[in-house]
Design a protein around this ligand. Structure first.
Ligand code: ZN
Length: 749
């Protein structure tokens, strides 16, 4: 048994482990591939335009996470073709269908990208071209396999011409038309061949060679070799089935124990049932059992007093006789009453959310489901859905209310936070006051909520536009209140604004608080979203291509609840599956840059010129910058100084110098990060810092420190660090000079 999953980045430990295994397979399968090319494999994923192709990696893994095979697919979005760069299975393993399954997946992916064709190379099966008996049998088996899809070598061109004397066994270029049987047109094929030779083989083949091969393509359409192994009637090129990874679905099977038998209490067990009935049968989901997490997991976002109060109060309730809060500590919060029924108002924001006998157990169950779903994301899954009740987004750090007890979204965000940046998008009809409260002073979790204006919608006391966060968290909470009448079009404009902010924040994970009470006819809302609106909303969110955990919040019109949920997930899954996984911020660097880590003899001069050109550093500072490079050149890695250089057209656009802090277990210092004036504002600083963080993480680093002066001149430097998720760790007043403080920033990786 194996499962194929796509690896999008090196953020997660499971992904880094898989990439290492891919490299091991590469080394054994392709011993002639240069070592540094193999070392670079992971980089292609987060630096998509390294070869001016978008790279995707799919791996087949068994239940113990061992990589059995992999495929690297390159996508060219302008010419609209895909090139299968590598496909291989583990040596010595009976392939057990792994290679075939990977090829199937690659075809699906190319098709989903909108590619017109898939190309790749295959060694020849003709003894005249390849006089090596040892590999001919393998080559034949491969070409026979590809014929099953109608994929065959292109013939009648100079593609197989050696570019160095003495080369034999030059590969064929194979054409797979995906679901179409038409042969490729001449102009299209010329563009394809030029792109492959100029980008993939940059540095290997001379320009005249490229012109010769491209010029040799004259037939229109281009000729394919006749079928050699199979009858054309046995070919099946169709692409069918569901190519996307399934959404992990975790639901709370004991939610029904929490049932408030009160007229008008719309948060009822039938809600989960109506969604489950509609979605569980379809192809989108894979149901997973919920794990149990210790109670202390709740304390990551809730006050211990509050958790204890809820547990004890629920345990005290003998009959089905719920406690409704009825006295509230508007004054004198410092002296809470002893009596639990009085205390209810101390920990609650409204009078209609009762404490029932089973509220604690049910809310714990919902939290367990959500944390299970978050763990699934940390295992590399791209989409998960915690179908839970009671909901959570109104639960604050030390308050329940609005049918909510524990904040599931906040718990998920906090658990994902250990592995990257997180954004929470709340699309319930009501303001997500819970997450806002919990993360209000933090810049590492972006909270955004689209909701009915508090002027008329619950919770009335929060959700205003000017609540933007406080302290370090200022600017990391965004409220988008909307009027009483909103249709799908109006809603999507606001959703697009929210998604733009999320893309700018560039989180590694997205948590969506999915309220379906924005739907037409919902008893708690006033808007009129239809099933198709939910599908479009799902698509827009999926287009971000960020690993997403959806948590069920409100939605009370049980007649349409399930259908609306299904439409939302259909949109989300389809878009997510086809989305470009790489984040391309608006100010992304030009495609033709090169990153290098080794230091060259001319680097001391380059660094000096670069530092001087900024006009930012004093002569002694410039001298220090240069010294560090010199030291690296003379002492090598033992110097403790490591570098990341970025070059554009052979010019140094910027660089960073970093190294481990001695006597610490896993702390690193970022000594320098400089971007040339001509290259500023193009995202190079971000690129260099991300690459540096990646290398530090790879070297076992857990924390990075960076320093800046407190002078106004350094304001943009400080803003840059803060934007990149650094926090102020300390401020030493008058450190550099009277009135010139030293600000130390830190970031946990
Ligand atoms: Zn709601």
């Amino acid at each position: 048994m194996f499962r194929i999953r796509r690896i999008y980045d090196e953020v997660l430990p499971v992904n880094r482990a898989a990439i290492e295994q891919v490299k091991t397979i590469m080394r054994s399968r392709f011993p002639t591939v240069p070592q540094d090319e193999i070392d670079q494999l992971g980089r292609h994923l987060h630096d998509p335009f390294l070869q001016r192709f978008r790279t995707t990696l799919s791996v087949a893994q068994d239940a113990r996470q061992r990589v059995l095979g992999f495929a690297f697919l390159l996508h060219e979005p302008t010419i609209r073709f895909c090139y299968l760069d590598w496909i291989a299975t583990q040596v010595g393993k009976a392939s057990g269908g792994v290679g075939g399954a990977l090829y199937d997946r690659v075809r699906h992916e190319a098709f989903a990208f909108g590619a017109q064709a898939l190309f790749f190379e295959c060694l020849p099966d003709d003894p005249a071209l390849c006089p090596r008996e040892d590999i001919l049998a393998d080559n034949r088996a491969r070409l026979r396999f590809y014929e099953r899809y109608g994929a065959r070598p292109i013939v009648g061109t100079d593609y197989e011409t050696p570019y160095k004397p003495g080369q034999t066994c030059m590969p064929y270029l194979i054409f797979d038309g995906l679901d179409r049987t038409a042969r490729p047109g001449r102009d299209f094929f010329r563009d394809v061949v030029r792109a492959i030779l100029e980008r993939k083989y940059a540095g290997y083949v001379p320009a005249e060679y490229v012109e010769r091969v491209v010029g040799s393509i004259t037939g229109d359409p281009v000729q394919l070799r006749e079928f050699r192994y199979l009858k054309p009637t046995n070919v099946s090129a169709a692409i069918s089935g569901h190519p996307c990874e399934k959404i992990a679905l975790v639901f709370n099977d004991r939610h029904a124990i929490h049932h408030v038998h009160e007229r008008g209490y719309v948060e009822s067990p039938v809600r989960v049932r109506s969604i489950l009935t509609e979605i569980a049968q379809g192809p989108l989901f894979e149901i997973l059992p919920a794990a149990t997490f210790p109670e202390k997991a709740l304390a990551s976002v809730h006050d211990v007093d509050f958790i204890n109060f809820l547990r004890r109060t629920c345990a005290d309730i003998q009959q089905d006789d719920p406690i409704y809060p009825y006295v509230f500590p508007v004054r004198n919060k410092a002296r809470p009453p002893k009596d639990r029924s009085l205390l209810a108002g101390y920990f609650c924001i409204d009078t209609f959310t009762p404490i029932t006998r089973h509220a604690y157990a049910a809310a714990r169950g919902a939290a367990n489901c959500t944390l299970t779903a978050a763990q699934e994301i940390l295992k590399g899954r791209r989409m998960a859905y915690a179908l839970v009740r009671p909901p959570g987004h109104h639960a604050e750090r030390r308050a329940f209310g609005g049918f909510c007890y524990f904040n599931n979204c906040a718990l998920a965000a906090q658990s994902l936070r250990g592995h990257g940046r997180v954004a929470i998008l709340d699309i319930d009809y009501h303001h997500g006051n819970g997450q806002q409260d919990i993360f209000y002073d933090r810049p590492d979790v972006l909270t955004i909520s689209i909701h009915g204006d508090p002027a008329f919608a619950y919770p009335y006391f929060s959700g205003f536009r000017d609540e933007i966060g406080t302290g370090e968290g200022a600017g990391f909470n965004l409220n988008l209140p909307l009027p009483e009448t909103v249709d799908g079009d109006r809603y999507r404009k606001t959703l697009a604004t929210a998604l733009r902010h999320i893309a700018e924040f560039a989180p590694d994970f997205l948590v969506v608080a999915l309220g379906l009470d924005t739907a037409k006819g919902d008893p708690t809302g006033t808007w009129s979203l239809t099933r198709n609106d939910f599908k479009l909303n799902g698509q827009l969110i999926g287009d971000l291509g960020i690993p997403v955990l959806v948590v069920q919040e409100g939605g009370y019109r049980t007649r349409t609840l399930g259908v609306n949920a299904r439409y939302f997930f259909e949109g989300l899954s389809a878009a997510h599956c086809a989305a470009s996984p790489q984040r391309q911020p608006a100010n992304s660097p030009p495609a033709a840059h090169r990153i290098r880590h080794h230091v060259e003899p001319r680097d001391p001069q380059r660094v000096r010129r670069l530092a001087e050109s900024t006009g930012f550093f004093s002569q002694p500072e410039v001298h220090v910058a240069e010294e560090l490079v010199m030291e690296r050149i003379t002492k090598g890695p033992a110097s403790g100084y490591h570098f990341v250089f970025v070059e554009v057209n052979g010019q140094t656009a910027g660089y960073a110098c970093y190294g481990p802090v001695s006597m610490t277990a896993s702390a690193f210092d970022l000594y320098w990060i400089v971007v040339a004036p001509a290259s500023q504002g193009k995202g190079f600083g971000r690129l260099i810092l991300l690459e540096t963080e990646r290398l530090i993480r790879q070297a076992g680093g857990a924390t990075v420190y960076a320093e800046a002066s407190g002078r106004p001149q350094y304001e943009s430097t400080r803003a840059f660090y803060e934007h990149m998720g650094f926090h102020v760790a300390s401020v030493l007043e008058d450190f550099y000079a009277p009135g010139d403080s030293k600000v130390t920033y830190s970031k946990t990786l």
